[in-house]
Design a protein around this ligand. Structure first.
Ligand SMILES: Cc1cc2nc3c(=O)[nH]c(=O)nc-3n(C[C@H](O)[C@H](O)[C@H](O)COP(=O)(O)OP(=O)(O)OC[C@H]3O[C@@H](n4cnc5c(N)ncnc54)[C@H](O)[C@@H]3O)c2cc1C
Length: 487
């Protein structure tokens, strides 16, 4: 794209009348065509658009959590990978912080940056290639978009998150867990190659066999060492249908026993679970499992349910298309948006609890947890096998099986006092779980300081620090995670 078009793109992006043409190092503010003097630093030419209008800046200061709000001074909607290279180099020389943003579904400001530049990857959203065992996609592609395209060729990503309107770059920077994780690991375990723009503004390719240090620093790396701009992800054959079983348990220990059993024998393709209200002030336990199939083959219900100790008569069995099953949250999300609850604050808690501690810890939490503590948000509890995880920055307890325990709270009513109480509760439960050898899953809203992060990364902290020094020596990237806040 030529210089004229680039200049036009910048112009189109500005809802305010003036055009940004540079950054004044003395006043640390943008120079517009209206305010220009002879002393300013020119912006690089861009294929995309650098926005500085209030509406766009405000949007970039809001995320799904709606708890933390940090206002950037510009938002880049890149038209190419080269735009990202240019803006990082530009930001580096001017000591501006940069935060990549996928879909902004973080809960605690992780994709925001105060007085820096947000790079909104949603405009980098092309699927470049779908082969027999892999796809090459831009980081801003949504998993739903990729799934729809791969299903047309009879393929699927092995692991999908419960909600599939998340960006590829966003989930690869955190992990990406779902009901198929007990078989295939997390989404970061299913990546073959990445293209990354580092904090030095270099575009690099990396994989397990090439430039491995960067690969392992970026996957589940919380945006600290580079911005994922393109990913080659694994695909496996897809079925057309899913038989979905919902089985209720009254007893936590029986529930977790059966969950462990079925992830060992792998009789189901998908295993999750929830704590649900028993309408008497307490909780019961819902096992959600699915068997994927393509007719004429059909799953054998008796074989699949053999030996499971759910409360008889509670079982619900339903056949869905594979896509509808994976997209099952869409109607609920549409409903929550229609009644305005989707934009309430979401102080989510996501923990990995060691299997040996799960009954005691979750039992005690459940005994004191009320619907007012969750705001009617779901509570997930399901096991995964740690021998499926291969990326060092995806931190889980050392046991063979660990449970994801997520209290996906909605602040109801959406008041500061409610949010404060929920955050304090998150912190308390996080610490209790940490004392038991547990970890947090870093998509959540837990007040966290640098010491917490050092403890979180433990034996890989040194590697992360070295990678940060090498790939982001000026500590430009993704400051709101707070990992290198005082570097
Ligand atoms: C309704 C809902 C359901 C969810 N379900 C699941 C689930 O089942 N399993 C699961 O694992 N997670 C789940 N999540 C959490 C989700 O995976 C994370 O919040 C994820 O980071 C969101 O992706 P995003 O595209 O919105 O990323 P953002 O929130 O925009 O970014 C997340 C972090 O990654 C950084 N980042 C973004 N893009 C890049 C990039 N290209 N390169 C480097 N860093 C980048 C950001 O700076 C930020 O620090 C869910 C979230 C919601 C809101």
């Amino acid at each position: 794209m030529g210089q004229n078009t680039s200049r036009r793109s910048v112009l189109q992006g500005l809802i305010t009348s003036a055009i940004v043409i540079g950054f004044d190092l003395t006043t640390r503010s943008w120079v517009t065509s209206a305010s220009a003097t002879s002393v300013f630093e020119s912006l690089p030419s861009l294929n995309g658009v650098l926005y500085t209008d209030n509406g766009t800046l405000t949007d970039a200061s809001i995320d799904f959590g709606n708890i933390v709000h940090r206002q950037p001074i510009a938002v880049l909607k890149p038209g190419s990978i080269e735009d990202i290279v240019q803006i990082i180099q530009f930001a580096r020389t001017r000591k501006l912080k940069v935060a990549p943003r996928g879909q902004g579904h973080s809960t605690y400001g992780q994709s925001q940056v105060e007085a820096g530049i947000v790079i909104d990857l949603s405009t980098l959203n092309k699927i470049h290639f779908i082969g027999t065992d892999r796809a090459i996609v831009d980081a801003g592609v949504l998993w739903s978009q990729l799934l729809q395209q791969t299903l047309a060729t009879g393929l699927t990503p092995p692991v999908l998150t419960d909600y599939i309107e998340l960006s590829v770059g966003g989930t690869l920077s955190v992990g990406g867990i779902g009901g198929a994780t007990h078989r295939y690991g997390v989404q970061v375990d299913n990546v073959l190659e990445l293209k990354v723009v580092t904090g030095t503004g270099d575009l690099e390719t990396c994989s397990l066999s090439y430039n491995r240090n960067l690969f392992t620093a970026v996957l589940a790396g919380l945006g600290q060492c580079g911005i994922i701009v393109q990913a080659t992800v694994k695909l496996i054959p897809a079925t057309t249908n899913a038989r979905v079983f919902q089985l209720y348990y009254d007893d936590l220990a029986t529930f977790t026993h059966d969950q462990r059993q079925i992830i060992f024998d792998e009789r189901f393709n998908y295993v999750e679970g929830q704590l649900v209200s028993n309408n008497a002030g307490g909780w019961r336990y819902l096992l959600e499992v699915a068997s994927f199939y393509s007719p004429p083959f059909v799953p054998n219900n008796s074989l699949l349910l053999a030996g499971l100790n759910y409360t008889r008569g509670t079982e619900q069995i339903e056949d869905k298309t594979y896509f509808d099953f994976l997209n099952r949250l869409a109607p609920t999300v549409a409903f929550l948006k229609s009644i305005g609850v989707w934009s309430n604050p979401h102080p989510w808690l996501d923990l990995f609890v060691p299997s040996s501690a799960v009954n005691g810890f979750v039992g005690e939490v459940a005994a004191n947890l009320t619907l007012a503590d969750t705001g009617l948000g779901p509570i997930l509890l399901y096991p995964v096998k740690t021998n499926r995880f291969h990326l060092p920055l995806f931190r889980v307890p050392t046991e063979e099986i660990v449970f994801l325990f997520s209290i996906l709270r909605t602040a109801t009513p959406p008041e500061d006092a409610v949010v404060t109480r929920m955050l304090a509760d998150n912190r308390k439960l996080f610490k209790q779980n940490r004392d038991l050898g547990g970890y947090k899953y870093s998509v959540d809203a837990i007040p966290f300081d640098k010491k917490d992060w050092q403890q979180h990364f433990g034996q890989v902290w040194g590697n992360l620090v070295s990678a940060k020094r090498r790939y982001d020596p000026d500590n430009l990237l993704t400051p709101s995670q707070g990992i290198f806040a005082n570097c």
